[in-house]
Design a binder for this molecule. Structure first.
Ligand code: MLT
Length: 383
């Protein structure tokens, strides 16, 4: 069997693995150094009690003949889809337009099948690297980068556009006007927007939390959400995707029907335990408890910003997402990565890993535990 050419076009390792490998090499050379990670954005607060109680009760029920359940509906439990429609979308969509997935990344790998083979993809730059990797690996797509606030008129007509809001890694969120311009351009140029809203629960002020707050977005956009950051489900695994009925191909046929087909053919549904847990997370008490977690991650991010600001010319983000985007003196962001590791024993993410627009920057995560943040701030002060 011959190797698919797309694999050899990618970098040697996925960004997060590369960072880990380099940190391990440093640790081996300096075994007594305590390395602190502000790198991968993973949640550190425990699951909320509403979730653990539901998981415990449901696990016991699965151990009883009378209450055991086998395969669930591929599209997800109706109760959960109704909760998402009501709590997150104010019933703008029916549960039928919501698909439950095992996480945003897995779902994007399925949804990319909607793209014509060798089709074109345009990607916000910098942004989460999985959109580039999946487009190249699964669709052999040609990729256009849209640096800064994405101008969709620079993307090919009929292309698939990846957006992330709030954006990982820059921590910024689109305004209503910015999203409106993108939606209008996409409608005019017959582009399909796939927008990842994994960090939507961190958005402050009255900025839009969903692209569907923009009139006409249901005709051009698929929205992909995740419980990983919102409810600490990065190991529990659960996400959702909205595919409005109003979204149709150029010939008027339904995108929703094709997504349903993809789900039926490629997927047997998300784990039922995780779906039950998500129902508990969306309950009124669950949401209150999650709000506190969100605030504590943002508070840690503010603490990091205070430590970084006197030392670095520009520290952005951190308000709508627990990531800081830091301009460094180094022109190469891998050099900046080495600088943080060697001088402050901190792992940060090199900006270039998020796209060409990330060169010279590093991303700093506010997700680590409070004691790590405290120590990290002390290390930053030595720089
Ligand atoms: C990140 O650090 O950007 C992400 O949290 C990692 C992921 O979600 O895969």
């Amino acid at each position: 069997m011959k190797r698919a050419p797309t694999f050899s076009q990618l970098t040697d390792a996925y960004l997060f693995q590369e960072v880990l490998d380099r940190a391990n090499i440093f640790q081996k050379k300096h075994p007594h150094v305590e390395i602190l990670s502000l790198g991968v954005g993973d949640t550190t607060e425990p699951l909320i009690p509403q979730v653990t109680e539901r998981l415990t009760t449901f696990s016991s029920a699965m151990g009883e003949r009378k209450t055991y359940r086998g395969y669930g509906p591929e599209q997800g439990l109706v109760e959960l889809r109704k909760e998402i429609a009501s709590v997150l979308y104010n019933n703008r969509y029916s549960h039928d337009e919501i698909f439950i997935s095992d996480g945003a990344k897995c779902d994007i790998s399925r949804l990319i099948q909607l793209l014509t083979y060798n089709g074109s993809v345009a990607i916000q730059d910098p942004t989460y690297p999985c959109y580039v990797e999946i487009s190249a690996l699964c669709a052999q797509a040609s990729i256009t980068y849209l640096t800064g606030i994405p101008d969709l008129s620079q993307a090919p007509r009929s292309s698939l556009i990846f957006l992330c809001n709030p954006n990982n890694p820059t921590g910024t969120a689109f305004t209503y006007e910015q999203l409106e311009t993108m939606v209008n351009t996409a409608r005019e140029r017959k582009q399909l927007i796939m927008i990842d809203v994994a960090y939507r629960s961190f958005i402050q002020d009255d900025l839009p939390r969903s692209i569907y707050e923009i009139p006409g977005a249901d005709q051009v956009a698929i929205e992909i959400g995740s419980f990983s950051k919102m409810a600490g489900f990065s190991s529990v695994r659960l996400g959702w995707t909205v595919v409005p009925h109003a979204l149709v191909y150029d010939d008027g046929s339904s995108v929703h029907e094709d997504v349903l087909r993809l789900y039926n053919s490629l997927f047997n549904g998300a784990p039922i335990l995780s779906q039950e847990a998500a129902i508990a997370a969306l309950s009124p008490n669950g949401r209150k408890a999650l709000q506190k977690q969100t605030e504590s991650y943002l508070q840690r991010t503010r603490q990091l910003r205070e430590a970084l600001t006197p030392r670095f010319p520009s520290v952005q983000g951190g308000t709508h997402c627990p990531y800081l985007w830091v301009r460094t003196e180094q022109t190469s962001s891998w050099e900046a990565f080495d600088y943080f590791l060697e001088k402050a024993h901190l792992i940060v993410m090199p900006g270039i890993g998020f796209g060409p627009g990330g060169e010279g920057f590093v991303r700093v995560s506010g997700f680590p535990r409070q004691e790590i943040i405290d120590k990290a701030c002390r290390n930053i002060e030595t720089l």
